[in-house]
Design a protein around this ligand. Structure first.
Ligand code: ATP
Length: 582
């Protein structure tokens, strides 16, 4: 319940709307209590005294208050819906914005499907309660209490005895509430898992098909779908057990009231008007109780969904600019110094696990081209990831232009490092927008310049709409090499003083690779460049080559120097040479 109270913060900006809805709700409840009383007066003052004008006046009053109520309820419904939509809008915005700020380490663990289900179904569940369920509950409570008070004043004995089954009804409700809560918790969690299965399946559908695993995937989905079906059926069973019983106890209130009321009227202890009014009032007791079952459902869904939403919002942003804003990164020239850097991934245990990087000391001058070589898993990508603070060093310091990267304004720092990552991701947008992603204001000439350097311009020109051609999600419609070249153009266009190419030409044929390298020679001029590559052809022109093994630098020097040394580099060279000769 505490989480629900936290969510009331989203109601605050809607205070006026909430007050309007609440005020109109009070008015509606008052009218609901007034109407049966007018009916009573029609019987007792109009019919009993055969006074036609009183009957007319009271009937007109009845009609009048119903018109007022209808108008009120219309405005109330609109305000209530607006509150709900405003809440869901603000909550979704906060969640999305927070997702933008969360660090890489969060996404290393998070499941996309779970996040999607929180962003959609869970937020919707919260909205249903805040924007609808809570207010209906309040309306029910007001009507229930108001009705009992009015009836009590009109004829307390009949009221008291008619209500004798209410404790039983409340007991059923209490039991239902206790059991349905955990069921809703399970359902929300299962929906998250179901979405995860769906999302992973769709993202990996090519692998599924390539390995002919459709049947197994169907089975996996079926299992999760069945679990969800069963939990929903258990919940439905709880409803099926509780709701008719509640209806029965509610019906008994009505029956008792008719029976006792008739006796009291016959004995002259109750007027016929009061009896007629009671028939109306009694629904003011029965409907809130009957509706309470559904409202409990809405509330329990929200109670279970809200922590799932807040858990994301509460996840700490581990990597951010220093408090009070960081150093200006605009003047970064590109001198990079690793000082005894060690690194563990956040989910590793620093006391037991071996570091992914250890004792890295390296000075890279502005404009130097450094190639990083090493066996797979030796820590090359991790080394590069520290530059842009995708992760922070665990020990030592990483300086750019004599300033610790942790002291820079984070966005500024990242804008100064152009990265072509190992796995290319392109957005479902035009090729132009994809290239200009990091520099949205770039001119067409600049975009074309970057595309030429990345050896993709000529290809784009052959596409049906040139730079306006839309490419699908993940860049489907382009080959792996073409995608890499678009990503390369995207990094080049940012005009960064530091360029990082993580296997950026791995998917490109040797001829194109060599053409890209020719063009890159000019692009790299004056920029500090880190090239991670397996092919020796890609690192030939590097000023310095660093060889990593198990997270440590084991060799460094020029191509010539390393070739003369016995070690990983020469072995690799000989292997690739032999392979080329075969
Ligand atoms: N998010 C992570 N959490 C924990 N360990 C990780 C994570 N990402 C990578 N690792 C581990 O860190 C080590 C270094 O990985 P890294 O990606 O830096 O290697 P690499 O040299 O770039 O490899 P490759 O050439 O295959 O891309 C590997 O052993 C890998 O298993």
């Amino acid at each position: 319940m505490k989480v629900m109270l936290r969510l009331t913060k989203y109601l605050r900006p809607n205070a006026k709307l909430v007050a309007t809805a609440f005020g109109l709700l009070l008015l509606g409840t008052f009218i609901d209590l007034l109407a049966p009383w007018l009916l009573k007066e029609i019987f007792d003052k109009g019919i009993a005294n055969k006074n036609i004008s009183v009957i007319l006046a009271l009937t007109l009053s009845l009609a009048g208050i119903q018109v007022i109520k209808s108008i009120g309820m219309f405005i109330q419904g609109r305000s209530q819906e607006l509150v709900g939509q405003n809440v869901v809008f603000a909550l979704r915005k906060d969640l999305y914005n927070h997702l933008q700020r969360l660090s890489f380490s969060y996404y290393d663990k998070a499941q996309t499907g779970q996040l999607m289900s929180r962003m959609t179904g869970d937020i919707e569940a919260v909205k249903n309660f805040i924007g609808f369920g809570a207010i209906m509950m309040l309306l029910g409570l007001l009507t229930f209490i108001g009705t009992i008070i009015v009836m009590f004043f009109m004829q307390w004995k009949v009221t008291l005895i008619s209500m004798s089954t209410i404790p039983l009804l409340l007991f059923v409700l209490w039991k239902f509430n206790r059991k349905v809560g955990p069921a809703w918790g399970q359902i929300r969690e299962q929906m998250g898992r179901l979405t995860t299965t769906l999302q992973e399946n769709i993202s990996g559908i090519r692998v599924v098909k390539a390995f002919a695993r459709e049947r197994e995937e169907e089975g996996k989905f079926k299992d999760r779908n069945e679990q969800n079906f069963e939990t929903n059926m258990q919940r439905a069973k709880l409803e099926a057990n509780a709701f008719p019983l509640m209806g029965f106890y509610g019906g008994l209130v009505f029956l008792l009231m008719i029976w006792l009321g008739a006796i009291f009227v016959a004995r002259g202890e109750m007027t016929l008007g009061t009896f007629m009014a009671f028939q109306w009032y009694v629904w003011g007791i029965i409907w809130p109780l009957n509706m309470l079952g559904w409202q409990i459902n809405i509330m329990q869904q929200a109670i279970k969904a809200a922590p799932r939403v807040l858990e994301v919002i509460d996840s700490s942003v581990e990597i951010a600019s220093p408090a009070g804003g960081g150093a200006d990164a605009d003047s970064i020239a590109g001198n990079v110094v690793f000082e005894e850097v060690s690194f563990h991934f956040p989910d590793q245990d620093a006391t037991k696990d071996k570091g992914v990087l250890e004792g890295i000391s390296l000075k890279v001058r502005q404009g130097e081209v450094v190639a990083v070589l090493g066996a797979t898993g030796s820590g090359k990508s991790s080394l590069i990831a520290l530059l842009s603070r995708f992760y922070d060093v665990s020990g030592g310091r990483l300086l750019i232009d004599d300033t610790d990267v942790r002291d820079y304004d984070l966005d500024g720092l990242r804008r100064k490092i152009g990265i072509v990552p190992q796995e290319t991701f392109l957005f479902s947008a035009s090729i132009r927008d994809n290239i200009a992603y990091g520099a949205p204001d770039a001119t067409q000439e600049a975009i074309e310049w970057a595309a030429r350097k990345a050896q993709i311009h000529a290809f784009i020109e052959t596409m049906p709409f040139g730079y306006d051609t839309l490419i699908g999600e993940r860049g489907v419609g382009l080959s792996g090499g073409q995608r890499q070249r678009v990503a390369l153009a995207r990094a080049i266009l940012m005009n960064p003083p530091i360029l990082v190419l993580d296997e950026a030409t791995a998917s490109v044929d040797t001829a194109t690779e060599s053409a890209i390298h020719e063009e890159l020679l000019e692009v790299m001029k004056g920029r500090t460049t880190f090239i991670i590559a397996q092919r020796l052809s890609s690192v030939k022109r590097a000023d310095r080559i660093i060889v990593l093994d198990n997270g440590r630098i084991v060799q460094q020097g020029t191509h010539k120097e390393l070739f003369e040394e016995d070690g990983f580099f020469r072995n690799l060279f000989q292997m690739q040479d032999a392979a080329a000769a075969r």
